[in-house]
Design a protein around this ligand. Sequence first.
Ligand code: KIV
Ligand code: ZN
Length: 387
Amino acid sequence: MADTVRIFDTTLRDGEQSPGVALTAQEKLAIAEQLARLGVDYLEAGFPQASEGDFDAVSRIASSIQGPSIVALARCNRQDIERAAQALEKAQNARIHVFIATSPIHMQAKLRMSPEEVLERIDAMVRLAKSYRDDVEFSCEDATRSHHDFLIRAGRIAVAAGASTLNFPDTVGYTSPREYFQLITAMREAIPDPDVILSVHCHDDLGMAVANTLAGIEAGCRQVEVAVNGIGERAGNASLEEVVMNLTARQDQYQVQHHIKTQEIYRASQLVSKLTGMTVQPNKAIVGKNAFRHESGIHQDGMLKDRSTYEIMTPETVGWGLSRLVLGKHSGRHALRQRLEELGLTATSQQIDQIQARIKELGELKSDINDQDLEAVWQEEVGQMRR
Ligand code: KIV
Ligand code: ZN
């Protein structure tokens, strides 16, 4: 049977570090619920020491979300780890994620610590985290600009101190697939214990996050750290939907399984976009508005004859549902009600009639009513009824 790759979602932690994004605890909870429906294995809920708001959100998620293991981030210091442990107290399954930088530039310029001091700190702080929670992940921040020999020493010390997952982030989005494959291969050879899961966490500064993540899997990583819509620091993290659909559509290539319910992807994408205010570009793979739309006559002709001429996966697989049933002046009430449900927009029977009348009017002016149009009409009609 194929190995399983654990999906570690960091939308609420690294994703929320996107410039301009600030989610309330309530919004984080709504996203966490959808991530649980999506089937992520690990849900990184936040960085409790960063703020009271983060602490509160992690605690609320830890006490109410069932399914995924809830993760809290901590730097390699006592206060962070104790705060993370406190925030996770009510979680059934939880992990403390401890990190420290291992690259020369970060150790010298940022931490102002010698490599030996960093190694001592890893030993002490992973042990401390382990005293609170059985499941501890250790990350070598800026791993892709660290020396392999030093990463191996850091990784071995973390494992001896109790870490069962070792994460090698491409913190600054600098690596390439070949280089990352070599890094993970070297780590696997040096730390061959099958109970230690190697993990990949890639940023997208050069647009390579998904490619590097997949290279990490090919080299033996069995955990991927990803974010919905690829949001995150600067250019973002590897996108959950792109990584998962690569594993799904190219099973022949990667030969690994995952636990994601792919039909929940679109809903997750829409919710994250709506609550963070970060719009999804139309040509974004998997979840962009145009991802499953066919415009040219030649393509439409091919599609009418056999969908697989131009579709390598169906929109239904990722939860687009009726995405190709275009709403307009000829569309029916059933399609309208279903689309509203798909978008999570509730309306009474009378409101649906009013929305349908408005859609027909709009259809005279515009051939293809999209989800944004529908949501705007819904807001006007349902909002008016509420007043
Ligand atoms: O990019 C990074 O290095 C991180 C770590 C904290 C895991 O986000
Ligand atoms: Zn990161």
